[in-house]
Ligand binder design. Sequence first.
Ligand code: UT7
Length: 350
Amino acid sequence: MIRSKIAGIGMYVPKNVFTNNDLVKYMETSDEWIQERTGIKERRYADRTGETTTTMGVEASKIAIERAGITKDDIDFIVFATLSPDYYFPGCGVLLQRAIQMKDVGALDVRNQCSGFVYALSVADQFIKTGMYKNILVVGAEKHSFGLDFSTRGRNVSVIFGDGAGAVVLQPTDDPNRGILSTHLHSDGANAEILAMYNPGTHANHWIKEQKLADFNEAEIGEMFMSHQMIDKAQLFPNMDGQAVFKVAVEKFPAVIKESLEANNLQTSDLRLLIPHQANLRIAQFVQKKLGLKDDQVYNNIQKYGNTTAASVPIALCEAWQEGKLKEGDLVCLAAFGSGFTWASALLRW
Ligand code: UT7
């Protein structure tokens, strides 16, 4: 049976380290509050000389391609997950294709926020299993630092996020002891607005409230996509009800991890490593406790990078591997939960 395996993995984080105390210069917060509530000590922010979501994705991709022992010309498909693209459109996939000067292969952007990389991996996995592609580049990258409210008003969101990128090359394998065993994808849009960035967007109804769209002329409707009012009302920043997200996250994370193990007749004790999306150290610790996992079965690095959304899973997986925590055949579970809500897992043998 053909499965897909991770043949090469790479990561990139900006050099610019921003500690919790650096944030205190901009907003009312403290190192103590941030560490106690999130586990985060510092994060990386892109430099100011043109580093973007795409350029970070490019750096991670180059490493993944080299480690897979192939060249850019062998890549036959790109899947790029991000919520912070360089442009509203086109997506980062084509910008990466251009930057690395790849052939005119297909490029797909995935917009699933925190679960974006696991979703992207699942899409790529299907293409490999059907035999359509042989070398797929899967990227998760984010540049949050350009779109956060650094005043006290936005502190519940801005202290959490950081910038970075991770990438893998997926290839087919017929080795029964390697590769992706299964992926599991879920969504529930009932609470889509409690972790969202509303603008720019075409939703108008959110802020027109009682008035009818027919009462507005074209110019006014045009301004609903992007207007000074949005800036004045801080509507161009992410919005989050942290406590509500937390409650659902600690329920869905364990469920989707268990689902992946049960689908393969495996137990939590079989897991070498769980790589949870790095949303909050408290969430990861809660999940670990609920599943009865030992400390060395869960990998966390949110302390150093904050929450890098679509990049967090590949960055953590890459670091765990670089630190020698994974050897061939080890059972690994990747799991993520976030905005949408969407949540997902992938169970694989390294
Ligand atoms: O990856 C995407 C998915 N996202 C998540 O999974 C996030 C899940 N949620 C969380 O991680 C947590 O809810 C947060 C870390 C966002 C917030 O922690 P919390 O323990 O839920 O705090 P809270 O929002 O209930 O706020 C508690 C207090 C409030 O003050 P009052 O009303 O008690 O006086 C906030 O105004 O802490 C205040 N606060 C802050 N204080 C200092 C909120 N943010 C900050 C801050 N610094 N950065």
